[in-house]
Write a protein that binds this ligand. Structure first.
Ligand code: ADP
Length: 274
């Protein structure tokens, strides 16, 4: 197609330049395709709950004489509203990770605040499923980074833990400081007792749009972008995210990120006093 046409035009400039140009075009096109796919995907996914809500509200108005029907419709409206909330949250997260330099407005970020925010974000859904959320070890720990992005990363992990767990299970969030050669790290582990992830899917879940079970994921408002966002945030903060999982038993996603003091020391090249 177009790439080939261009390469034919610039061929006299030398084969190396042609190769570069073709590669550039392909990459630009790939990014554009991902963006188009994303917009199409999300627009489509947004339409479903909005359409359902509109039909259901009409049904409620028509059923005002039948309390049982009203209750049934209201229950379904709640499910669709949750779906919508999750989709919008995903869009917000995505816009948070789109700035060029995430560390431009880096600051010390308290882990207990991040954890409280993440729990708050899925409190409603956890309540509906009677999932207990517990956090520990967060006192006095501070990360160094972009608050919004760090909140998006942890929020997604906790949200997934709730989404992919059966009712009446437990989601745990444990934080601790880990000594590392380049400066201390903070490790935040999110553990669930959910469906787990098979060996072959473990690597792929961090890819954009990858979902082990698209039908199930769609029902919760998932677009397959959550873990790609988490991985992106971890990498841009010089950290990492890893997963341990046992099918049918549960999963643990672990974030390792620079501690506030350690990151500053590294950046300025000297030790902070004290
Ligand atoms: P989604 O929007 O589908 O949740 P994510 O990128 O957050 O997208 O996750 C990708 C896929 O990884 C999910 O569709 C799901 O199949 C799987 N997954 C993520 N977190 C968990 C978890 N805690 N337990 C089991 N499966 C998970």
């Amino acid at each position: 197609g177009e790439a080939l046409a261009v390469s034919a035009r610039v061929a006299p400039l030398g084969s190396r330049l042609v190769l570069l140009l073709v590669e550039d075009l392909t990459e630009a096109r790939r990014i554009e395709a991902v963006r188009r796919d994303f917009v199409a995907n999300v627009s489509h996914e947004l339409k479903t709950p909005v359409g359902a809500l509109s039909l259901l509200s009409e049904a409620v108005m028509g059923a005002s004489e039948e309390p049982e029907a009203v209750e049934r419709f209201a229950g379904r409206m709640q499910i669709e509203a949750t779906r919508l909330t999750n989709l919008v949250q995903e869009l917000i997260d995505l816009s948070r990770v789109q700035n060029d330099d995430p560390l431009e407005d880096a600051e010390p970020v308290r882990v207990d605040e991040l954890v409280a925010e993440a729990i708050d974000r899925c409190r409603h859904q956890a309540g509906t499923k009677q999932i207990t959320m517990a956090a520990g070890g967060t006192a006095d720990l501070r990360l160094w980074g972009n608050r919004g992005q760090l909140a998006a990363a942890l929020g997604n992990l906790v949200e997934n833990a709730v989404n992919y767990s059966p009712a009446r299970t437990r989601v745990g969030i444990a934080a601790r400081r880990v000594t590392a050669p380049g400066g201390d790290l903070i490790e935040i582990a999110v553990t669930d007792q959910g469906i787990g992830i098979s060996e072959k899917d473990k690597e792929r879940v961090f890819e954009r749009f990858y979902r082990v079970d698209p039908a199930r994921s769609r029902a919760t408002g998932g677009t397959g972008l959550g873990l790609a966002i988490v991985k992106h945030v971890a990498a841009s903060h010089s950290g990492e995210v890893t997963v341990w999982s046992s099918e049918g038993q549960g999963s643990t996603f672990t974030l390792r990120l620079p501690e506030a003091g350690a990151a500053r020391d590294r950046a300025s090249g000297h030790q902070m006093p004290g």
